[in-house]
Design a protein around this ligand. Structure first.
Ligand code: HGY
Ligand code: MN
Ligand code: MN
Ligand code: MN
Length: 424
């Protein structure tokens, strides 16, 4: 196999860890049990501060920074041959509101570590390599997630989410415009395949966010694909009333109807094999007062399954199931995210397998339960991912943890894969 002569050895465990810990201080907060979490929502000053740190590290080794109309950030290392499509490697820098120090951000830092190792080992590649940090992968501040990669891939038009508001009523379009104004010093670039050519390949390094690698004592996940995800927003509108005087028979109680709807959805989503994922985790009630019957409830649905038929069949039944269960409220059900299951390309998965084997690492093929920006790159070019273990499988939680050694092994595999794909 084509082994990256010295780049793998030039990957620095300490430098990668120090950079991750410097980034983890931006938006740092202590979780309930004291765990070191981060809350770094997209398109905020915290997000920009983290990006500036990354840009500084990249520019220090001669990478050229640029930003596209969705705020996706790129750091480019030229290849030896002009005009060749680049290999892209990266992930996201935004976090969940109660996020960990590694979800997304490690994939961006690992891509920088791999490119810096190639640079320090004097390894030139035919093709350019571009490190990418996608805008709003998490969908925490503005739903849905993956806006940056969806727009880049032409999956949805760039303006699709301008009117989406965050918890403070700020519109995504306004937050993006303000963000681009504050990053006006960075060169602009066209929007992905909408305004330019497709990349040659895409690789994303990411923590597993599940228990498999740790349980099996393995170092690397050769990710084979990503399950499908569908997000819905359900709004129930009834009528507020006095909790002491209004007879139940006359009430239009949005909370009671929410309970009926979720009970019916739990039945629809029954899965004795525990493969299906159904989550209601964001609920807004108004007027949200203990002695006023609830007038409106908005709740989110996150539904996932690896089988396309199940994802479509059960997902398409959500609306009717809710309407049949609700008694007194008006109902609106809006689908906000629709990502079908994807399979990764052997050009990438086999390169990951070869690199892990060449480096004597324990590895296994496995699907991703979490969605990633890689999901939207699959139609554009050969795409794949590299997982490293997550302690106790915990993520989207301040207790999220992967060790410096585990992360360095992932970066060495990434360096090898980038070397191979960018030399091809
Ligand atoms: O929700 C997800 O799967 C991703 O981690 N944001
Ligand atoms: Mn992530
Ligand atoms: Mn995440
Ligand atoms: Mn991701």
């Amino acid at each position: 196999t084509v082994v990256a002569p010295n780049a793998v050895a030039a990957v620095s465990e300490a430098r990668q860890w120090d950079r991750l810990m410097a980034l983890a201080r931006i938006g740092a907060f202590a979780g309930a049990d004291g765990s070191p979490g981060v809350n770094r929502p997209c398109l905020t000053p915290l997000d920009r501060e983290a990006r500036r740190l990354l840009i500084g590290w990249g520019q220090a080794i001669g990478l050229a920074a640029s930003v596209d109309p969705l705020g996706n950030l790129f750091l480019r290392r030229e290849g030896t041959e002009r005009g060749l499509a680049p290999v892209l490697a990266g992930s996201h820098m935004d976090s969940q509101p109660a996020g960990g120090r590694f979800d997304g951000i490690w994939g961006v830092v690992a891509a920088l570590e791999a490119v810096q190792a190639l640079h320090e080992a004097g390894q030139r590649t035919r093709r350019p390599i571009e490190i990418v940090a996608w805008t709003n992968e998490e969908g925490g501040r503005f739903a849905p997630g993956c806006m940056g990669s969806m727009a880049y891939a032409g999956f949805k038009p760039a303006g699709s989410w301008d009117a989406v508001t965050d918890g403070d009523g700020i519109r995504f379009g306004d937050a993006l415009r303000e963000h681009l104004r504050l990053e006006a010093d960075l060169p602009r670039r066209p929007l992905g395949v909408v305004e330019g050519p497709a990349p040659h390949a895409y690789v994303e390094a990411h923590i597993e966010q599940g228990p498999v690698l740790e349980r099996e004592g393995l170092d690397i996940g050769i990710v084979t694909g990503i399950q499908g995800s569908r997000w819905f927003l359900v709004e129930l509108t009834g009528e507020s009333a006095h909790a002491g005087t209004a007879p139940v028979s006359l009430r239009r109680d949005a909370v009671q109807d929410m309970v009926r709807a979720i009970t019916a959805l739990n039945a629809l989503m029954e899965d004795p094999t525990d493969v299906l994922r159904f989550t209601v985790a964001r609920i807004e009630v108004a007027p949200n007062s203990s002695n006023s019957v609830a007038e409106t409830v908005r709740f989110t649905i996150d539904f996932r399954h690896p089988d396309k038929a199940v994802l479509l069949q059960r997902g398409d039944a959500i609306d009717a199931t809710i309407r049949a269960a609700v008694r007194n409220c008006d109902v609106t059900v809006t689908e906000r995210f629709h990502a079908l299951p994807v399979e990764f390309a052997p050009e990438v998965t086999e390169a990951v397998a070869r690199a892990a084997a060449a480096q004597g690492l324990g590895a296994r093929r496995m699907p991703s339960g979490a969605f990633h920006d890689a999901q939207f790159m699959v139609p554009l070019c050969p795409t794949g991912m590299i997982f490293v273990p997550s302690r106790r499988g915990i993520s989207h939680n301040p207790a999220e943890y992967s060790s410096p050694e585990q992360l360095a092994r992932g970066a060495r595999v990434l360096a090898q894969v980038l070397w191979e794909l960018a030399s091809g």
